[in-house]
Design a binder for this molecule. Structure first.
Ligand code: PLP
Length: 382
């Protein structure tokens, strides 16, 4: 059976460069902390990867700290920044549509006595007025994601930075850039994020690297307390022997992406084609949930009357893989983010997230549209 993968927001296929880099690291399996030549070779691979990730993030390599993924980066950033700033203020500002790795970390802080304020993001628009109001006092941390993982909505980080500065609230600014990294525009917009924010979380497996690897950008001069204590790896920020194969693969995946200057345009073209074809094929049997500003890789829609689970099973049986929302929400379907966007119950129950990458083709999109048409007929058959 031919398999069509349209779930790149959940995870991506590792690219060839990433696989080759990981394989080299499997062969040169030394511990980068060892002083002998095997260790030195591993350390070199890690240093090279750090340079590649830093180039993709637009920052100095010594500001990139490897972690075990986006979840850990978000935990480290939010907890680290909250504790570092708690004498200044125990107020934390996030949005109502953050990924669970930020939302649940904020809840943990709330249990510890911090005050959490959530700014609304209806239709994928960060509410500027609300933001100005909540920042009109001392704030410890502002953590606002760059691109939303369910709807693809892009939040304006430059605006947030200017509000933080003009309000003079003294907050550190963190962004979860796991979905926006390398995907948020053709003009190096991804690279500007490290110039706007103090802390930036990214994840390897969303950009064709391996799972269980990510990084946190920490602005120079900022000191956070680590979550994991031990031998002082990653300049004491994240102890534990480094996952060199995954780190090397992350670097290679970044290098591969940066060298492919047409990738975003290609993905945007696919998405436009998909919207066009779905509109033509499904007509009134589909409603799109389109944010004004968005990344190209995510398309969120509902097939009214067709429950997401039913559509997913049907599509999966045909070898077409999409998602009903965030993979991290797992089986316990979470409506928080879609409610924040403003979808009603019926739309949420029938939502599908289709996400693209440069490996997808127009031909695949056409097959996807045929399969979606089949899914809309499911209720007629019941
Ligand atoms: N943040 C966002 C916006 C995500 O979409 C994800 C994963 O889906 C994460 C964080 C977690 O990243 P990881 O899977 O690397 O832990």
């Amino acid at each position: 059976m031919r398999e069509l993968y349209f779930d790149s927001a959940a995870t991506t296929k590792p690219c060839q460069a990433a696989i080759e880099a990981a394989n080299r690291a499997f062969d040169e399996y030394g511990n980068p902390s060892s002083l002998h030549y095997m260790g030195i070779k591993a350390k070199r691979m890690q240093d090279h990867a750090r340079e590649q990730v830093a180039k993709a993030m637009g920052c100095d390599p010594d500001r990139v700290f490897f972690t075990a993924g986006g979840t850990e980066s978000n935990n480290l950033a939010l907890l680290g920044a909250a504790y570092a700033k708690q004498r200044h203020s125990r107020v934390i500002v996030i949005t109502d549509s953050e990924h669970s790795s930020v939302e649940n970390t904020a809840k943990r802080l709330e249990n510890e006595g911090f005050e959490i304020v959530r700014v609304s993001t209806t239709n994928g628009n960060l509410n500027e007025e609300e933001l100005r109001r909540v920042l009109d006092r001392k704030v410890g941390v502002v953590s606002i994601m760059h691109a939303n993982n369910e709807t693809g909505a892009l939040y304006d980080l430059e605006l947030v930075r200017s509000v933080i500065n003009s309000a003079d609230c003294g907050a550190l600014f963190h962004t979860d850039d796991v979905q926006g990294f390398l995907k948020s525009g053709t003009e190096g917009r991804s690279r500007r994020v490290t110039r706007i924010c103090d802390l930036v979380s990214v994840s390897a497996h969303k950009v064709h690297g391996l799972k269980g690897c990510g990084a946190l950008y920490i602005k120079k001069g900022l000191s956070l307390s680590p979550l994991i204590n031990g031998g002082g790896h990653e300049k004491g920020m994240r102890s534990g022997t480094e996952n060199v194969p995954a780190i090397a693969a992350f670097g290679a995946a970044c290098g591969d992406w940066v060298s492919d200057t047409n990738r975003i345009e290609y993905i945007e073209g696919l998405r436009k084609y998909a919207v066009q074809q779905i509109t033509k094929g499904l007509m009134d049997k589909v409603s799109f949930h389109e944010p004004k500003s968005r990344i190209s890789s995510i398309l969120n829609l509902s097939l009214p009357g067709v429950k997401s689970e039913v559509a997913l099973n049907y599509l999966s049986g045909m070898g077409v893989y999409v998602s009903a929302g965030s993979a991290c929400a797992g089986t316990k379907r979470e409506n928080r983010v879609l409610e924040a966007f403003g979808l009603d119950r019926g739309e949420i129950e029938s939502v599908l997230r289709i996400s693209f990458c440069h490996y997808n083709t127009k031909e695949e999109v056409s097959e996807l549209v045929d399969a979606l048409e089949g899914a809309t007929k499911l209720t007629e058959r019941l």
